[in-house]
Design a protein around this ligand. Sequence first.
Ligand SMILES: *[C@@H]1O[C@H](CO)[C@@H](O)[C@H](O)[C@H]1NC(C)=O
Ligand SMILES: *[C@@H]1O[C@H](CO)[C@@H](O)[C@H](O)[C@H]1NC(C)=O
Ligand SMILES: *[C@@H]1O[C@H](CO)[C@@H](O)[C@H](O)[C@H]1NC(C)=O
Length: 457
Amino acid sequence: MYNKLALLALSLRAVRAQQVGTLTPETHPTLNTQTCTASGCTTVANKVVLDANWRWTHSTSGSTNCYTGNTWDATLCPDDATCAANCALDGADYEGTYGVSASGSSLKINFVTQSAQKNVGARTYLMANDNQYQMFNLLNKEFTFDVDVSKLGCGLNGALYFVAMSADGGKAAYPNNKAGAAYGTGYCDSQCPRDLKFINGQANVDGWTPDSNSANSGTGNHGSCCDEMDIWEANSISQALTPHPCTSTGQTLCQTTACGGTDSNDTRYDSVCDPDGCDFNPFRLGNQSFYGPGKTVNTNSVFTVVTQFITADGTSTGTLSAIRRLYVQNGKVIQQSNTDVSGIDTTNEITSNFCNQEKSAFGDNTGFQTKGGLAKMGKALQNMVLVMSIWDDYAANMLWLDSDYPTTSPASSPGVARGTCATSSGTPADVESSQSSDYVTYSNIKFGTLNSTYKAS
Ligand SMILES: *[C@@H]1O[C@H](CO)[C@@H](O)[C@H](O)[C@H]1NC(C)=O
Ligand SMILES: *[C@@H]1O[C@H](CO)[C@@H](O)[C@H](O)[C@H]1NC(C)=O
Ligand SMILES: *[C@@H]1O[C@H](CO)[C@@H](O)[C@H](O)[C@H]1NC(C)=O
């Protein structure tokens, strides 16, 4: 929800660019998924690619860093266009440098990886082939995966979500982008992030301000907006299911304060997107015994997460009317918990009525409704890219997910209590040292017609 990517990249060889570098071969890990109908599932050999922002970006002619720490090289990168021409994005050592490993139908992402440099977090995309992201139309379908959050503590977020990126990472639309999806370009989300080093075939050097609290990140004048469907933002303590619509269609560049979101603090709601979303966090919605270690959905062991996108007319082009969630653990189907909040009708699904009542009951910003609500989210869901990541939060210590937030309000105020983590938890400095061996595993991804991807046993 307050998705600021604390991407911590590499201090010595930091970054990303728009040309293609060849110093490290780019070999996309294979990840098997399944496509299902009522008559059964078939296996698909997908691949996974690391986002461009984590990659080493260096001179096309050699190996001079274009970006080091959180600063651009002034000679190679005097402005956005020159920098994109001078700099290449190189291949990734997935496991050794970034802690990303795939085996069969399972993808594991480690939080901190120490090689010659320290890497924190990672963001990956599912690919259809080596040059294209896998596109999904989620309407009238369900998306299912198994997750192991048992080693994801307070302050971390193992996020599996969809964003309206271009299938080729922007390569055709922006010919200066020679790298494309093969190198994980074209990211966008509902925070309209300004920490991206390259957007639309240009670097983001102009106006770049290194972050005061992160040695590897900064923000430039440009951001990259698009609709975002957060299927799963979670650690072992709390989790949320959150649609974030935008009024724009597809990936869209924004300028400075008009980017809103986490990177434009005082103009948070000024972008084309809804940075807050209409979140369904069982704890925040009144059931504190539903999700967590030893709870109804027991985060000490693996479980299955099923998310259904229901349309009003029961077709894959209809208006999105509800987002449903259920879980399967130890062979038992567990329905999403019911809300128990004054002012919200009892429900266990996201509908327009639920979102209206939640915003009102919690006194939250109504950007969800003004940016098009569930109906616009549904339109975007016809063309989405799957993201799997792990991150820590330099903006708000993930307290919006797993603690009392905002910390200035009493925990007893409606909507403030979101999880049992301490309000002092989740600082990046703390989690990157004390929880450096944390990880998340996503596995057994299945996509198909309603009720085809899971069963009780
Ligand atoms: C952003 O907003 C938070 C909360 O309102 C505040 O504590 C923080 O100082 C702000 N940061 C900037 C850079 O304005
Ligand atoms: C939480 O959800 C579980 C499962 O739906 C239910 O059995 C339990 O009664 C709920 N607890 C509260 C306090 O609402
Ligand atoms: C899916 O299962 C649920 C609950 O078992 C049922 O209510 C619903 O009608 C089913 N939907 C379809 C399309 O089979």
